[in-house]
Design a protein around this ligand. Structure first.
Ligand code: NOJ
Length: 559
């Protein structure tokens, strides 16, 4: 029986590589996570999503899985995981596993078998096609591009065959048309559910279904060459319904899909309760408001109207029919206080708390990425060699190949790099920010750790963590914050974001100044009498119907 507990949940995301290294070997680990569970619970989180803990050769740091039923040695053992699960449940923290099933690692036994012989039954687990011969050269079967740059096809040895990989070449796409593949996946899901986990986050789920036969993408306006043939493919809804029938619906769980530029219509269908597919998806439209065309490495001046659209559209679409998620950061994005044209040097506390207020008063389940709750900032990387993410390197090479000067290329990469959120958490100002006892971490520590760290935040009178606690307590106390309908006000205002939440006779009004300039805002006529229930400043200036919002000030009013 579904209880839909996830609607009241607050999810904390852990990227295990960088959370806490208990055995001082340079890698974060499960025992390190266990030592911090009280910290997560006290924040007000009620669930944890673990980025992949499975066995992986780490070409894409865990997102290339070589055994879905084993814990990677660097993180611990299956016994450690079982203990982690029990310790989470003891604290009423639900456990959400990351499921990376659009592709497997090329070191997965299925893939090794598949390429060992053209007659292998595993051949049909992947998308393998003959190349095209042109002027004596063997070319890929289509012009599709990988999300991580370059062709999406890799040749298998000297043969004429290629396999599809929409990400790294070490991540081979699975053939979801093959019922055997789907059965294997259902078996993996149920293996974890039988252990007692409480849900899944599905990696790039809307790429599972592709359009066949494979063909070139000749359209001029594709986000990425081939995307029309591998995003929201024709069998997507059918595949999700099958997973739901044979797995999700048999347990009381939460399923959330990470989508890759879904169409509005498909996005709606994926989460509509009556569809029987997923409970929610992540929509990232608002996170594209400071880059060009959704390409993270190409900055543009922040566009608040675009942010608002990306934030409100999914709430409007899901309301009453399905559920939504609320996200500011994850392991694929830089830190939020360094974005959106924010003056982080002077207003880190104000901006961190304003962004949290705006985001988590919305309709949907809050997702908080580790370190965000203390306002951690981007890493002060000095050169590309300090970055571990393969994507930073691929894009660096690509831009350099176009003849751009190195310093400019590095500036772009530094702007959008996923590495920023992947450096070890700065717990305190001791060696390596307290991530471990001094062994060189797999990824450099942010040199700012002596200034910005968890301990310092908790000791401060302006603690971001304490503000998050207050905000989450308030969300829990006022049901309207969870269930209310969202209505946006003054869309065209380029400094202020404002909206109300309404549930029966209960109403909240949220407004925030997204700029570093004190800004007046005229409250809507119906917000005459109100009580301030959250404010990231001590005071709120008021003159009749007008309020004066200080730099990055955010308030929640009950009216
Ligand atoms: C989305 C994940 O969040 C990202 O980290 C990963 O690189 C790709 N999918 C490929 O699995």
């Amino acid at each position: 029986m579904k209880t839909r507990w996830y609607k009241n949940a607050v999810v904390y995301q852990i990227y295990p590589f960088s959370f806490m290294d208990s055995d001082n070997d340079g890698w974060g680990d499960i025992n390190g996570i266990i030592s911090k569970l009280d910290y997560i619970q006290e924040l007000g989180a009620t669930a944890i999503w673990f980025s992949p803990l499975y066995k992986s050769p780490d070409y894409d740091y865990g997102y290339d899985v070589s055994d879905y039923k084993a814990i990677d040695e660097k993180f611990g053992t299956m016994e450690d995981f079982d203990r982690l699960l029990a310790e989470c449940h003891k604290r009423d923290l639900k456990v959400i596993m990351d499921m990376v099933i659009n592709h497997t690692s090329t070191e997965h036994p299925w893939f090794k078998e598949a390429i060992a012989s053209p007659d292998s039954p595993y051949r049909d687990y992947y998308i393998i096609r003959k190349g095209r011969t042109k002027e004596g050269k063997i070319l890929p079967p289509s012009n599709w591009e990988s999300t991580f740059t370059g062709s999406a096809w890799e040749r298998i040895g000297d043969s004429e065959d290629f396999y599809l990989h929409l990400f790294c070449r070490e991540q081979a796409d699975l053939n979801w048309e093959n019922p055997k593949v789907r059965n294997e996946i259902i078996d993996i899901l149920n293996f974890w559910l039988d252990k007692g986990v409480d849900g899944f986050r599905f990696d790039v789920f809307n790429m599972f279904s592709k359009v066949y036969p494979i063909r070139d993408d000749d359209s001029k306006d594709s986000f990425q060459k081939g995307a029309p043939y591998y995003v929201d493919g024709p069998r997507m809804h059918e595949f999700l319904k099958e997973l739901n029938e044979k797995s999700f619906s048999l347990y009381d769980i939460f399923t959330v899909g990470e989508s890759f530029h879904p169409s509005a219509e498909d996005a709606r269908k994926y989460v509509r309760e009556s569809s029987g597919e997923l409970d929610a998806i992540f929509s990232f439209g608002h996170l594209d408001s400071d880059n060009i065309g959704g390409k993270k490495f190409f900055p543009k001046p922040f566009d608040l109207l675009q942010f608002k659209k990306g934030f409100f559209d999914p709430q409007r679409a899901a309301y009453g029919e399905g559920w939504n998620t609320l996200v500011l950061e994850n392991h694929d994005n830089p830190r939020c206080v360094n974005r959106f044209s924010i003056d982080v040097r002077n207003y880190r506390y104000e901006a961190a708390t304003m962004l949290a207020t705006v985001m988590y008063m919305g309709y949907g389940t809050p997702f908080i990425y580790m370190g965000q709750e203390v306002g951690l900032t981007n890493c002060d990387f000095k050169n590309i060699d300090e970055m571990k993410d393969p994507v930073s390197h691929f894009v660096y090479e690509l831009m350099e190949g176009y003849g751009m000067p190195k310093w400019l290329v590095f500036r772009f990469i530094r702007y959008g790099a996923r590495d920023h959120s992947r450096v070890p958490i700065a717990w305190d100002d001791s060696v390596n920010g307290g991530f471990n006892k001094g062994h060189t971490p797999w990824q450099c520590v942010n040199p700012l750790y002596t200034e910005i760290n968890v301990k310092k935040d908790l000791e401060s009178t302006r603690s971001v963590y304490r503000f998050y606690q207050k905000l989450l307590r308030m969300r829990k106390k006022h049901e309207v914050a969870v269930w209310g309908e969202t209505r946006e006000y003054d869309h065209e205002n380029r400094r202020i974001i404002a909206y109300s939440r309404t549930n029966r006779d209960k109403q909240l009004f949220v407004c925030a100044n997204f700029s570093k300039h004190t800004t007046s805002y005229k409250l809507p006529d119906d917000v005459k009498k109100y009580k301030i229930i959250l404010n990231n400043y001590e005071m709120l200036g008021r003159n009749g119907q007008k309020v004066r919002l200080r730099p990055y000030q955010a308030v929640v009013l009950r009216f």
